[in-house]
Every structure is written in structure tokens, then in C-alpha cells.
Design a protein around this ligand. Structure first.
Ligand code: DP6
Length: 406
């Protein structure tokens, strides 16, 4: 029944959650637009789903007349090339397995309903496409009974999504095969490998939306000589150094490489013609704060990285969280009429009761900017996509229709 609530036939349904990931070696540029093959390898940290995640429910039924998708409570067109690519690849794999293993492929003739939500405000400009496509592909793979790595399918939804298919520290290899089958994500180390590592997502009050990643990187590849140099001469050895830093839990190396790589990515944006600016004044102030903080202590205690927007993501160790939060609150205090103290730092407990020495405040020496930071999410590394088995957590009802719509 197309829009009724009652169904006569049983439906199959799966609900998953998937994490956000933040790259410390950035992906910026494709060598194949169709297959989403990168010009350089990249490496990221998968963030805990307790603070940031996408939840998706997919259902298949012979009663459905067409494939449909609802995102954050609103129906969207399913006829986008990327969604079609992911659905098509999953069905192709399911057909292949059915043929090879003589499995029953009842669902192959069915249309699907997809319903997806983020547990964080989409307007915050946080990387949501990675978690979104990872969650979609994971849920569909489960629904159609596909096991094994499907990161090459998530990659075709959004490049960075392939890294959200694994937990902890994850690399995305360039691959050599023409069909892109070996350009996949692999875990370098699980989240438990480095339990002291913490992440502060500093959500900066932004103005107009910047250029999207897909379009931005196309223009960069077309016009920047620096990005070609970076891909050929910088990233390959940097990727190896970063893997070693992670495996050795060497924060000095991890932090320095993270900051250098973020800076070089933004330098390629500036080298794009016409140039692309993702960092704003607040982003630059945060960069100064981190460098001055590190200089004050004579070592790398915090590292920043920025994606295609002004929000900063800071990596640091657990013991330094109170001091860095206190500094951020001092120089970027919440706007009294906007954000209450209570919700300014969200996520893991705000341990910030530390008094910062006047020496350190002098070393940082910025002009305080009230309201420049909207809020901060305190989180850490986390796990790969998860399956939710409780039907109450599903976003579609027992007949495969959204439980709530805006
Ligand atoms: C700056 O994965 O969003 O966040 O493949 O075109 O969907 P498409 O791009 P996307 O690019 C992410 C770029 C980045 C760096 C990174 O995550 O590695």
C-alpha cells in the first residue's frame, strides 16, 4: 500500500548509526570524479557516536512502489547521482552474491524506504555527509545481507564517508585498480589504542555558507599547482609519518603533522583560482591561541585542524582538556544572551574548573571575542557503525513509513 499504514506482507528493516570522522591528513582532490578516487591517501580519527552520529533506518517491502528517502524529517529526491550510485552498487553486490551462493534474494525485487537523522544540528556545518553516507551504506548492506568491507561503496557517496566505516584511526588508500575496488578504508588502530586522546569541536559562528567540498576540490585540482605538488611530494611520506605517530601514540608528531597538513590544505585553497577561503577571523585566532599555548609549554599540547569551513577541531590529551577549555572560554566567552554557560561545552563532562595562570593568559595575549564561538563539543575517538536492534530506535514504523515528519 503506497501511502496507507497497513501492510499485508512482512517488511524487512534495519537501523544503524554511523560516526563522523575528522581527517588529520586531508583528502582534497579526485583523480576520477565518477568513481570518487582521490589524488592522495588520507587518514582520520573516527569520533564517538555518543556525541555526533547519524541514525538511519532502511526498509524493503513489495508494497513500496518506489525508492524514497527522508532526511531530518523531510522527504528529499532520491534521484541524485550519489544516492543512485550507492543503491545501485548495493543491489549489484546483492545480485552477485545471490548468484554465487544460491541465496534467496527476495528483497532484490523490492523498493526501499530510507529515513535518516543527525543527532547534531546540521546547520553547525559539521561534516555530516561522511556519517550520512556511511550510515546509508552500512544499513543497506545489512538489509541485503552483504558482509565484508563496503567502504568502496560509501566512498562513491562521499569520499570521506569511506573512513566512517571503521572506528579509531583510519586510512583511505589511493588504490591502483581502474575500477576503484582497492581504494578503500582500513583501520590503522582501534579507538582503545589511544584512550587519552580527546577532541574539542569548536563550532564557530559563521556567516554565509562556504563553497562545498565537491565543487571546491574540483576547482583546486583544475587550477592549483600546489595541490599536485602536495599529492605527489608531500602526502605520501606524511601519511607514513602519521601512521607511525598514531601507532607510537606520539602526540608531538601527531599534533605537528595534523597542523601542518591542515595548513597545507588551506594553502591549496588559497592557491585555487579564484581562491577559496574557509577560515575566518575566529579560525585564525584559534590557530594563534594553539601555537602560543604550545610555545608557552615548550611542546605540542594541542593541535588544530579545519575542514571546508571555519569550525576548528582540536586534538589534545585528556590531562590538558581543563586548561585548553579554560583558555577557550576566556578568549571566546559565550554570548550572555545567546548561549548559557551550561550548554557552551557539550558532550563529555566539562572538567573545566581550572584557573589559568596570568602568565599563560599573557602568553596567548588575544583580544577576547565574546560570541565568536557558538559552542564546543567535547568528545573522543569512537567505534565503527553500529546496528540498533530495538524497534523503538527505528526511524520507520512497522510498515516502513517515517514515524515523524516535519
Ligand atoms: C576537507 O568527502 O565531502 O573534509 O568526495 O566530493 O563528497 P566528496 O568530498 P568530501 O570531502 C571532504 C574534504 C575534507 C577533508 C577530509 O575529510 O579528508
Amino acid at each position: 500500500m503506497e501511502n496507507g499504514r497497513a501492510s499485508t506482507k512482512p517488511i524487512s528493516q534495519v537501523t544503524c548509526t554511523a560516526p563522523v570522522n575528522i581527517a588529520v591528513i586531508k583528502y582534497w582532490g579526485k583523480r576520477d570524479e565518477q568513481l570518487v578516487l582521490p589524488i592522495n591517501p588520507s587518514l582520520s580519527v573516527t569520533l564517538s557516536q555518543d556525541q555526533l552520529c547519524t541514525r538511519t533506518t532502511v526498509a524493503a517491502s513489495v508494497d513500496f512502489k518506489r525508492d524514497r528517502i527522508w532526511l531530518n524529517g523531510q522527504e528529499q529526491s532520491i534521484d541524485t547521482p550519489r544516492l543512485q550510485k550507492c543503491l545501485g552498487e548495493i543491489r549489484r553486490l546483492a545480485r552477485k552474491r545471490k548468484h554465487e551462493e544460491e541465496r534467496s534474494g527476495d528483497l532484490l525485487g523490492c523498493c526501499v524506504h530510507i529515513c535518516s537523522e543527525n543527532n547534531f544540528p546540521t546547520a553547525a556545518g559539521l561534516a555530516s555527509s561522511a556519517a550520512g553516507y556511511a550510515c546509508l551504506v552500512q544499513s543497506l548492506a545489512r538489509l541485503f545481507g552483504i558482509d565484508g568491507d563496503v567502504s568502496h561503496i560509501a566512498r562513491q557517496g562521499s569520499g570521506s564517508a569511506c573512513r566512517s566505516m571503521y572506528g579509531g584511526f583510519v586510512e583511505w588508500t589511493m588504490g591502483r585498480a581502474e575500477d576503484g575496488s582497492d581504494s578503500v578504508a582500513k583501520q590503522v588502530a582501534p579507538a582503545e589504542h589511544w584512550p587519552e586522546l580527546r577532541v574539542l569541536v569548536v563550532v564557530v559562528n559563521a556567516g554565509k555558507k562556504a563553497v562545498g567540498s565537491t565543487e571546491g576540490m574540483q576547482t583546486t585540482v583544475r587550477t592549483s599547482a600546489l595541490v599536485a605538488y602536495r599529492a605527489e611530494h608531500v602526502v605520501p611520506s606524511r601519511q607514513d609519518d602519521m601512521k607511525r605517530a598514531v601507532l607510537d601514540r606520539d602526540f608531538q608528531a601527531f599534533g605537528e603533522i595534523t597542523m601542518r597538513d591542515s595548513n597545507q590544505f588551506h594553502a591549496t585553497c588559497l592557491d585555487t583560482y579564484p581562491p577559496i577561503f574557509y577560515l575566518n577571523e575566529t579560525s585564525k585566532q584559534i590557530i594563534h591561541l594553539v601555537h602560543r599555548y604550545n610555545r608557552h609549554h615548550g611542546k605540542v599540547k594541542a593541535a588544530y585542524t579545519f575542514d571546508a569551513g571555519p569550525n576548528a577541531v582540536l586534538y589534545l590529551l585528556q590531562d590538558d582538556v581543563p586548561e585548553v577549555l579554560a583558555l577557550l572560554k576566556h578568549f571566546f566567552p559565550a554570548n550572555a544572551n545567546n548561549d548559557s554557560e551550561r550548554t557552551f561545552v557539550r558532550g563529555l563532562p566539562d572538567v573545566c574548573r581550572k584557573d589559568v595562570s596570568s602568565d599563560l593568559l599573557d602568553s596567548v595575549g588575544l583580544e577576547p571575542s565574546p560570541g565568536a564561538v557558538q559552542y564546543i563539543i567535547h568528545t573522543k575517538a569512537g567505534q565503527d557503525p553500529q546496528v540498533l536492534t530495538n524497534p523503538q530506535q527505528a526511524l520507520l514504523d512497522e510498515n516502513g513509513w517515517p514515524k515523524k515528519q516535519n
